[in-house]
Write a protein that binds this ligand. Structure first.
Ligand code: ACO
Ligand code: ZN
Length: 166
């Protein structure tokens, strides 16, 4: 059964289902240099469907966000061990950008990882990706670290994170 999270004009934001994985992989191939195995997409959907979300316009997939959860050291508290949500990947097809779809996907993924009782949420983003960094900052993420040569082509990443209220 489809779980629709919100609708913005003709854009439907809903939880992904197994049949969405191929279209999600196609968007990923078109928009980002980081790709993953089929199994990895399936495992993320199985692990946390609450934060694997797609955007659709008239039946066409135009964006996605997918996440995982991890236990590890807090990005905020010294010596704190916490449950963290992790944005693995998010993208919107170029011709559908700047309509608020990216923002809606991140906001709904925040709700999803909160349902999984995460204390924090984090991601890595290319330092040159100003569009994405600005979007995350607007939603409350802060730059916590710069990760040297994080990407295969040698570019640095910002580690950005947000802490949830208890
Ligand atoms: N009219 C005009 N502008 C608008 C409207 C509107 N109706 N709605 C939103 N905007 C503006 C926002 O204010 C924002 O502008 P700003 O950055 O100047 O503040 C801008 O559009 C983008 O916001 P959204 O529309 O919410 O985001 P979008 O749907 O464009 O998606 C994303 C952003 C996902 C980063 C997209 O650019 C993308 O797919 N990029 C390529 C892939 C990528 O880089 N992904 C992130 C990698 S990092 C990771 O995956 C963890
Ligand atoms: Zn990551």
């Amino acid at each position: 059964m489809q779980v629709i999270l919100r609708q913005i004009n003709d854009v439907i934001i809903r939880r992904a289902e197994p049949s969405d994985l191929i279209p999600v992989m196609e968007i990923n191939l078109k928009t980002l240099p980081e790709h993953y195995s089929d199994y990895f997409y399936e495992s993320l959907l199985a692990e946390i469907p609450e934060a694997f979300i797609v955007a659709e316009v008239n039946g066409k997939h135009v964006g996605y966000v997918m996440c995982k959860t991890e236990y590890g050291f807090s990005n905020f508290k010294r010596l704190g061990f916490v449950k963290k949500g992790h944005v693995v990947s998010i993208a919107v097809l170029e011709e559908f950008r700047k309509k608020g779809i990216g923002k809606a996907l991140v906001e709904e993924s925040v709700n999803g990882v909160k349902l999984k009782k995460c204390d924090e949420f984090y991601l890595e983003v290319r330092c040159s990706n100003t569009e994405a960094v600005r979007l995350y900052e607007k939603l409350g993420f802060v730059i916590k670290q710069q990760l040297n040569a994080y990407y295969r082509d040698g570019e640095d990443a910002y580690l950005m994170a947000i802490e949830f209220e208890k």
